[in-house]
Design a protein around this ligand. Structure first.
Ligand code: ADP
Ligand code: MG
Length: 482
């Protein structure tokens, strides 16, 4: 498919995403990975790079990598190698970062998602295990900088794509899908503000059919909104440079949310600048097929598989199934409600509509919903069996939301039952016809609007409790007979 061109240029984007793994302890030490502690209270001798200390691989971090590989259909290397990536920086006391270079643990794989109606596939190059660095804290008020090594040694899985994306929209959709997957399989808490999921976007532009252009890498995008703004700015900037006859220099850039602009931080290093070599302190990482199988047995049903099941088991449209599997908690809520009432499509409408609207408004998650999935199911049953109208159901929802209570008790207490007594309804309709001879005459003269007016009168006379379709039918019959 031809991708959308901007001023005659095709956009090319590849992503490198650092996901902090949800292990209790660090990748090579037993220090805690919890966020927000006092500086340097969670730094073991290994994290401080004290002489004589040796790294020991955290098995839990490897299991996270295996899970990602299983979720994305990657090859999981039976033997991978840790390497030293050498560079000088104050927050890196060893002078090198332990990473995987030539042979990473996760190789290949695909991320599939929808961009509107269009299915997109982004190929992964690799995902490798590495340690995070510490942080420099710039204390402007005393004019000094300090180093916090709590983050040093936090396990990361760096997930690298091929340059397969062709627009900022596609890049953001990819990042959202990856975010959904890593949180779904429980390897990352997904907290972008705390830096648990950080994306580097490599962006270049070219004339269609030309070789890949020179890329600039936008570092550390930690919100989807900034991601979109930063990439859009970068695309415009690069096109402008080229149109002005300038060449793009490969560079690492930062996005400044205040100005909405990217600016160069440093010219890009090459791999050779890092003088990678295998880390003699760590033996090769062995992942036996039996270990992969054991991990596989602990994996939850994946979102795509679950969506397919919703389509086949509950006869839901694909759109509904995709929406409902945006998160595990939404999917679980839907399934419980659908099972409780046996009306999957109604349950889907309520979960995606009324319920999501209320949760969003109050910034609550599905787990925090004041109305349980069981209760929503009970409410839907009462709509389906004709006890209450849709409008009355919203009143019941209101009551349960603010005060709690049971569906049937609320219907009773508020007198919301639809009038299913055809004798009583017949009487109301006769009265309405007798009281509105003008409307009857107009209807007979062929004016459709007069019929609606009669329906309205009958609904009003029943105090909204009549079933509108029953009113319609009965009115038609009476008018035909009159
Ligand atoms: P490095 O390791 O030096 O950052 P890689 O070749 O591993 O470089 O690529 C890093 C990322 O940049 C990958 O996601 C890749 O898809 C992407 N990329 C490579 N070339 C381009 C390009 N010309 N335009 C956009 N993205 C690119
Ligand atoms: Mg890079």
């Amino acid at each position: 498919m031809m991708s959308k061109l901007i001023q005659g240029y095709e956009v090319v984007i590849g992503f490198e995403t650092h996901t902090q793994l949800a292990t209790q302890s660090k990748i090579f030490s037993r220090a805690s990975t919890a966020f927000g502690a006092e500086p340097n209270t969670q730094a073991a001798p290994v994290d401080l790079a004290l002489p004589g200390t040796l790294p020991v691989m955290n098995k839990g971090a490897v299991e996270c990598a295996i899970k990602l590989g299983l979720a994305l259909g990657s090859t999981i290397a039976e033997k991978s190698i840790f390497a030293r990536k050498n560079y000088f920086y104050p927050d890196l006391p060893k002078g090198y970062q332990i990473s995987q270079f030539e042979i990473p643990v996760v190789q290949g794989g695909l991320v599939e998602f929808y961009l509107g109606d269009e299915k997109k596939t982004v190929r992964l190059v690799r995902a490798h295990l590495e340690e995070d660095a510490g942080k420099s804290l710039h204390e402007d008020f005393i004019g000094q900088s300090g180093i916090d090594l709590n983050r040093a040694g936090t396990p990361l899985l760096e997930i690298v794509t091929e340059p397969d994306m062709r627009s900022s929209d596609e890049a953001v959709a990819y990042a959202k899908e990856l975010h959904k997957i890593v949180t779904w399989i429980g390897i990352c808490d997904g907290n972008m503000q705390e830096g648990s999921f950080r994306c580097d976007a490599n962006v270049s532009v070219r004339k269609p059919g030309a070789e890949l252009g020179t890329r600039r890498e936008i570092k550390n995008l930690n919100s989807f909104k900034f991601m979109q703004q930063a990439i859009d700015f970068e695309i415009r900037w690069q096109i402008e440079q080229i149109e002005d006859g300038k060449k793009i220099q490969q560079a690492t850039v930062l996005f400044d949310p205040d100005t909405g602009e990217t600016r160069a931080m440093r010219t890009k290093e090459d791999a050779a600048d890092y003088r990678y070599f295998p880390d003699p302190d760590l033996p090769p990482l062995h992942v036996a097929p039996s270990w992969v199988n054991d991990v596989k047995a602990t994996m939850p049903e994946l979102p795509r598989v679950m969506a397919q099941r919703f389509v086949s088991d509950y006869a839901l449209p694909e759109y509904d199934a995709t929406q409902l599997t945006q998160s595990q908690s939404c999917a679980a809520y839907f399934e419980t409600a659908a099972k409780a009432c046996g009306q999957a499509k109604l349950a889907s409408n309520w979960v995606m509509g009324e319920l999501s609207r209320r949760l969003n408004q109050e910034e609550k998650s599905f787990e925090q919903s004041p109305v349980s999935a069981q209760k929503l199911g009970a409410l839907i049953s009462r709509i389906h069996d004709g006890t209450i109208s849709n409008n009355a159901a919203k009143q019941v929802m209101d009551a349960m939301w603010t005060e709690g209570g049971e569906v049937d008790a609320i219907i009773e207490a508020k007198g919301l039952k639809q009038m299913n007594d055809s004798g009583a309804l017949e009487k109301i309709i006769e009265e309405v016809l007798a009281a509105n001879p003008d409307n009857v005459a107009q209807f007979k003269a062929g004016k459709e609007k007069a019929f609606n007016a009669l329906v309205g009168q009958a609904m009003k006379a029943s105090k909204g409790k009549a079933n509108p379709s029953q009113v319609n039918e009965m009115l038609k019959a009476k008018l035909a007979a009159a």
